[in-house]
Ligand binder design. Sequence first.
Ligand code: F6R
Length: 608
Amino acid sequence: MCGIIGYIGKNKAATVLLDGLERLEYRGYDSAGMAVYDGEKINLAKAAGRLNVLYNLTRGGETLPGGLGIGHTRWATHGGPNTDNAHPHVNRDRSIAVVMNGIIENYLPLRKRLIARGYEFVSETDTEVLPHLLDHYYSGDPRKAIIRMLHRIEGSFALGIIFKDHPDTLYAVRKNCPLIVGIGEGENFIASDVTAILRHTRKVVYVDNMEIAEIRTDRVDYYSMDEEVLEKTPTTVDWDVSAAEKGGYEHFMLKEMMEQPKVVRDTLSPRLQNGRIVIEELKMTEEELAAVNKVFIVACGSAYHTGVVAKYIFENLARMPVEVDLASEFRYRDPLLKHDDLVVVISQSGETADTLEALKMAKEVGCKILAIVNVVGSSIAREADFVMYTWAGPEIAVATTKAYSAQLIALYLLAMKFAGARGFLHGRKYKAMIDEMTKLPEQIEMLLNNREEIQRIASRYIAARDVFFIGRGIDYAISLEGSLKLKEISYIHSEAYAAGELKHGTISLVEEGTLFAAVATQPALKDKMLSNIKEVKARGAVVLAVTTMGSSEIENAADYTVTLPETNPLFADSLAIIPLQMLAYYIAVGRGCDVDKPRNLAKSVTVE
Ligand code: F6R
């Protein structure tokens, strides 16, 4: 969603801000702006649309001189994407400028009171109450004004603030939205996301909720709401700059798909020791694992889809009950949680608002929380009892691919760990599964390298109106993800169906030429899938089958077939997802879509 960058130092702030904003583009935005102090006053530049509009408006930052500034990319929530609503927002004499990610829930009564006091609003945003509130409370000491404002506002937010009267300091504070301080040499930064400042520094401090950071060129001080000085230790981020760049690929999405063999290997290998699964992060003994009553898996979007796959694997291997929930549903459905249940939350960003709140809710009941997260130090990682990191590196394309694949691997490991602890997986079967799992990176690579066929098929369906994805069991779970990938980046209407459910209504949508991707990797369900393929074929559908070797009947019935390398059926979807991602990618490219930044979407959904 929105992105924040702030700078104080010897260089031109506007140049650093524009560069940082460009690196935050992937999060999704529809307007952008900057405020820079020029030695006398705060100058503002804001523009609706893509960042190049702001770039041209400021001639690459030239029109905003000065070494202190804040920048923002806004994803419209309160009020449309226009210049007035773009951040930064300022007080009446433009002596205070604020950028915000998040939401101020009580902005309406605050706005009313401020208007009654004579403040004038130019935007429809919730953020604009902040510079006016600060103006109201300010009497020479910015920290005191910020603290008084924090006592008044409700919601989740990350803020960057500058005061004209204090040009040696950049102020930052957060509550439930990500914010880091980047430590440089003679310059310092704030950002909502480490990728914005990676090219300047890898030394970062994670600001905690309601801590006020006062950033100067040569030092940073942190204060509590009681103005006590806080000690904070910087951490070094080990992502390198190239990880956040395209590296010769046309799109981040393609680059990230191609990184999947490495990501899967990186997530797997540290957890395999001497032929055994060791999940050091999960600080539970085998007895404690065996005593877990039930597993709840909670996540959103693609991360939720990995949870649906995991349910099948947990139940099959570990013979234990698993419930999978969308975080936005789980939060409000009053689930029957018990303290001996394990709640597994899955999130690439580690900042998804619904997943974070679901986690907190389960924690209150006393459940142990395991988070499967990609971003180190993210809010979900910090709130959970145990964190299993997916070592996927920064994922820039809005549509997830490599993080999804890494999440699947983490979940396979977890399911096998539980199955072992409960006495259902050992000996030859355990060893064979580990062997098969270690072959996955190579097999994924093979599929990625043979992508011409999918590219050819995709080129015939760039004008499709509807595409359906069908499968049974785990293959239904993977269909959910295949369908989401296609619709989110190509804007083609698409649905995933449990293949056996089609004839209960949806089959009426099949017309001559409607494309069906039929995933059939599960040996026990292949005959059933064959019937479903024949049913839709008989009504005019074109079928792309994604199946495994030895499926000649399916191959004969389908119009196109992608055959996957041989693996354990429980892992087959790590392979099946590759052609589905490719199909979505090449269709979207063929339609001329902005693949890395699909319309209306944000990378990290930090509002409910
Ligand atoms: C789709 C996609 C989203 C995310 C969802 C959860 O390609 O990326 O559906 O999976 O927004 O995000 P995280 O994993 O960051 O919690």
